[in-house]
Design a protein around this ligand. Structure first.
Ligand SMILES: [Zn+2]
Ligand SMILES: [Zn+2]
Length: 310
């Protein structure tokens, strides 16, 4: 039987990529120490700052909120009810249970209240890809709510970031490469953005959530099936199986080289949206455009129904 490298008691967690066996207690302690180390290394936040953490109801975001609070940071959660049937219903339930159990304030907003319909219906009505509509809406609402906070945090883990990097490299998305980093300083009216789990693997965040008794939604969003990111994760896992440490090497190596891409980044001028004031590249921001399009379509349907009833 393998023994914990730190205390010598029987090991229960095996981190193959780091060739490390640990008992439960030392795994939890080691995990928290590494998160703290990442926060300090990238100067993500200090304990006086107010951090708004985006929570989906999944393991990563709930574990992030939990660990930041445990480490003594000032955290508030932020959840958006996307209006995606049973999936959103279950997610909200996990978030509310978590809030009650941990005593952490979580702000909850609702896409249906904003648009009169959920993400799925919006994407169908506008004939635009669900994940891109969802991304735009989530980003906008998150930033809007972040007004009185100093920092915004998301639970993206090593697997997420390595998959994103792979996608960005395969398509040579220089603009995206320039912006992929664990910390993005505040710019225009956008808050400082941090990813404290950037070096924690999906296996580690899941294990941590399990050992810390965090109840989370296991199902992926129904629209995510077939997503490229999931495909890339599968490939990276196969490479990792053959060559331990590939993911961390791929990502941390990129962070060291990222400067090359930043210098190539096109400096697009941003200006406030004429409707809402959000910083955007055109006159009207994407969020307000979605609203406008929905209103136009709805108006159009009314007209058609009216004519049909004549
Ligand atoms: Zn131990
Ligand atoms: Zn706007």
């Amino acid at each position: 039987m393998k023994k914990c490298r730190i205390c010598g008691k029987p090991a229960e967690v095996f981190l193959i990529s780091r060739n490390l066996a640990l008992c439960r207690r030392d795994f939890v302690e080691n995990f928290e120490k590494r998160v703290e180390k990442t926060i300090n290394k990238f100067r993500m936040a200090d304990r006086g700052e107010k951090i708004l953490v985006a929570v989906s109801g999944g393991k990563d975001s709930l574990a992030l909120l939990h660990v930041l609070k445990k480490l003594g940071y000032r955290v508030t959660g932020y959840h958006i009810n996307l209006g995606i049937g049973q999936y959103s219903h279950e997610s909200l339930k996990k978030v509310l249970d978590f809030q009650k159990k941990e005593g952490i304030e979580i702000i909850i907003e609702n896409v249906k209240e904003e648009f009169g319909m959920g993400i799925g219906e919006i994407s169908k009505l506008l004939r635009q890809p669900t994940c891109s509509i969802c991304g735009t809406i989530k980003r906008y609402m998150f930033n809007r709510t972040a007004g009185s906070f100093d920092v915004i945090a998301t639970g993206h883990n090593l697997d997420d970031e390595a998959a994103t990097l792979m996608g960005n490299v395969l398509n040579w998305q220089i603009e995206y490469l320039a912006r992929q980093y664990p910390v993005l300083e505040s710019k225009n009216n956008l808050k400082k953005k941090i990813k404290p789990f950037v070096f924690m693997s999906e296996y580690e965040t899941a294990t941590y959530a399990f050992l810390e008794d965090i109840d989370y939604i296991v199902e992926e969003c129904p629209y995510a099936t077939g997503a490229k990111s999931i495909f890339y994760k599968g490939i990276l896992n196969r490479v990792e199986d053959r060559m331990r440490g590939t993911k961390i090497h791929f990502l941390s190596g990129f962070f060291k080289q990222r400067g090359r891409f930043v210098s190539q980044e096109k400096r697009t001028e941003l200006k406030p949206c004429i409707k809402c004031g959000y910083m955007t590249t055109s006159n009207i921001c994407q969020f307000c455009r979605i609203k406008e399009k929905i209103n136009n379509k709805k108006g159009g349907n009314h007209e058609r129904n009216f004519l049909q009833n004549q």
